[in-house]
Design a protein around this ligand. Structure first.
Ligand SMILES: Nc1ncnc2c1ncn2[C@@H]1O[C@H](COP(=O)(O)OP(=O)(O)OP(=O)(O)O)[C@@H](O)[C@H]1O
Length: 229
């Protein structure tokens, strides 16, 4: 399972004087379960996009298990992401016209790694996230249902890293707690590193470490007593 080490990471956008993210150093040992919190605009999504290789820092290193993903070619970064990362983004990036099941399987099919066992697992995951109609086209689903499809898709290949940006935002408290529990259980069973952006205090209370951002910087980094490193 991969360790993460960020060093001297800075993200800036044209026209903005200050960087939107400025992280001198951050280590996340493999298997950590970490919440990222902070007010709107503090850089949470930028941080997870950098960790996922979707946004490149203007300076610094983003090293997962010895590989600086910021230095990879775009194709190599895409392959690294497919093999290692389960992503649940704020926009779910589901494909209209395809069923829930086909959406869950699509990335694995595009990477030519989908087999019968994976199809069976996709059905089981949809059941676990509380969706009983795997054949339902995603464009007919509520936002909360789409969010659950996105979670099932992210964890299909049992990735070593799960990154979720507000994975419970569209859900009622009960469904949110169920999805949080599922993410935690899946991360625990596979030993995956789990990084969750959330305003949901009940969700961050279930994680081992809470990183708070403010204005693109780390304001506090609290490891809970008794949490494994
Ligand atoms: N493509 C972009 N171009 C210019 N500025 C950007 C871009 N993307 C993000 N920003 C700015 O970067 C800052 C951090 O944004 P980010 O989305 O990371 O915050 P956040 O903490 O995730 O906020 P929220 O909780 O509202 O989702 C914001 O000030 C935002 O306006």
């Amino acid at each position: 399972m991969p360790d993460l080490r960020l060093s001297s990471v800075s993200v800036a956008y044209p026209g903005l004087a200050a960087p939107v993210l400025d992280i001198p150093a951050l280590d996340i040992p493999a298997g950590s379960r970490i919440a990222v919190t902070g007010p709107s605009g503090s850089g949470k999504s930028t941080l997870v996009n950098v960790l996922a290789g979707l946004v490149l820092p203007r300076a610094g290193r983003v090293v997962w298990d010895g590989t600086d993903i910021a230095a990879l070619s775009e194709g190599a970064r895409d392959r690294w992401r497919g093999a290692n990362l389960g992503l649940v983004m704020q926009e779910f990036h589901l494909f209209p016209g395809l069923s829930a099941l086909d959406n869950v399987l699509l990335p694995a099919r595009l990477s030519r790694v989908a087999d019968q066992a994976m199809t069976t697992r996709a059905g089981t995951l949809l059941d676990e996230v509380g969706l009983s109609r795997p054949d339902q086209p995603v464009e007919t689903m509520s936002r909360g249902e789409m969010q659950r499809v996105a979670v099932a898709r992210a964890v299909l290949r049992a990735p070593g890293i799960i990154v979720a940006d507000e994975p419970t935002a569209s859900l009622d408290p009960e469904s949110g707690a169920a999805i949080a529990g599922l993410l935690l259980a899946l991360a625990e069973s596979s030993g995956a590193t789990l990084i969750v952006v959330s305003h949901d205090r009940r969700l961050s209370a279930r994680l081992d470490r809470v990183l708070s951002l403010a204005e693109g910087a780390i304001l506090s980094d609290d490891v809970r007593e008794g949490a494994s490193p």
